[in-house]
Design a protein around this ligand. Structure first.
Ligand code: GDD
Ligand code: MN
Length: 363
């Protein structure tokens, strides 16, 4: 039967939750034509197999398996795009969201004057359950920032639990950034017209199995998303990350140099070479962890990527020195000449390593 509602479930290592989630949702949606779309990023715990087993048993479950990719937002987008339903709901696999809200979400959308219904932890009877004070503060701060960027009055713009009609999604999908974690925020910030929204309060539950994937890198990606939705039209957000990593690399360089030259007593040439290699290696590791988290190179590919990165940076260095010397010969001030070299070198390193090391098709 053609589903009217698609419930999109992004998963990364949720094998102990997926069956329970399916059972609970099918109970609350028993009289609705629905399907569950699991979008799994190659979990190592067998989440995809568990979901496929449901499908094999004849349950309305589809599985999208992404290999070599990571990202909650992009998973949700691809899940929705794979579906023919009129309505989409997004819910975490870990049972922290209250699936009992789903019928009411669908009913609200069916009435036609709402584009998107959000499960909120902050309005009415909603609550975050027992969170640590630090997590509450962090979440509040992120919420205020989000309200500024979207200009929408949503009490919980970071919610990962919502339902949307097809039409506003179709209007927005090509403008989405797809970066990181905050798909709802992305949708609000990217929609060409303001979205008519409604909110339903619920209590955020504790996770019973598995662990949260929210870590420092995810937080930094949140910064990236906010950036992308504000000044990102003019500067690729990854370039900012890349430049910050580059600036850290300068410190690493000096530290390594000092260690080799002053403590190690080697010659200037050897110390400078050693420091350069250390800084490039450090930059590679950081970019691999943060800037290109979603295309991270692992195992053997980590090593070949490092070699490619050395090569790219060596050419960048030649460009840097070449441009700087040329500008200096044209009698630009020394600091301006040096800056021109740095800009050219950085942009080259960024563009070339994006394409050749982390295989991006788009900067
Ligand atoms: N496909 C895929 N890829 N799924 C992912 C990834 C990924 O890289 N990272 C996380 N997930 C899945 C998890 O398996 C889970 O089903 C869901 O996305 C949420 O991940 P958690 O790691 O449990 O996030 P959280 O509990 O810290 O935060 C969630 O709740 C908040 C409050 O509603 C997220 O939904 C946040 O976006 C939300 O703000
Ligand atoms: Mn969770």
């Amino acid at each position: 039967m053609q589903p009217q509602l698609s419930v999109i479930v992004p998963t990364f290592n949720e094998v102990q939750n997926i069956g329970e989630l399916y059972g609970r949702i099918s109970k609350v949606l028993h009289d609705i034509a629905w399907e569950m779309v699991v979008v799994d990023d190659d979990s190592s715990d067998g989440t995809a197999d568990a979901a496929l087993a449901l499908a094999r048993a004849g349950e309305p479950v589809r599985v999208i398996r992404r290999i070599g990719r990571r990202g909650l937002s992009s998973a949700v987008i691809e899940g929705m795009l794979s579906s023919a339903a009129d309505f989409f709901a997004v819910i975490d696999a870990d049972l922290q969201h209250d699936e009992a809200l789903l019928p009411q979400m669908l009913e609200t959308l069916r009435q036609g004057d709402t584009d998107i219904v959000i499960g909120t932890r902050y309005a009415g009877a909603g609550s975050v359950g027992d969170w640590s004070a630090a997590r509450v503060r962090m979440s509040r701060l992120a919420t205020v920032l989000a309200q500024k960027v979207t200009g929408a009055r949503i009490s919980d713009p970071m919610s990962g639990f919502f339902a949307i009609r097809r039409e506003p999604l179709e209007r927005t999908v090509r403008h989405l950034s797809g970066e990181g974690y905050k798909i709802l925020l992305d949708i609000f910030a990217s929609s060409p017209v303001p979205l008519r929204h409604a909110e339903l309060p619920y209590t955020f539950r504790q996770r019973l199995h598995g662990e949260s994937k929210l870590d420092a890198a995810v937080l930094s990606q949140y910064g990236l998303l906010l950036f992308d939705k504000t000044v990102g039209r003019f500067i690729p957000p990854r370039l900012i990350f890349f430049s910050i990593v580059g600036a850290i690399g300068v410190f690493v360089h000096y530290a390594a140099f000092a260690l080799l030259f002053f403590a190690g007593g080697v010659s200037f040439l050897v110390a400078q070479t050693g420091a350069t290699i250390t800084a490039m290696t450090g930059n590679y590791v950081l970019n691999n962890q943060l800037t290109y988290r979603d295309a991270r190179r692992k195992g053997w590919k980590f090593v070949t990527g490092l070699l490619a990165f050395y090569l790219v940076c060596s050419i960048g260095l030649l460009g840097n020195v070449g441009i700087a010397s040329y500008a200096f010969s044209l009698e630009y001030q020394w600091w301006l000449a040096a800056f021109a070299g740095i800009v050219v070198g950085t942009v080259w390193n960024f563009a070339a390593s994006s394409i050749f090391v982390w295989k991006q098709r788009r900067l």
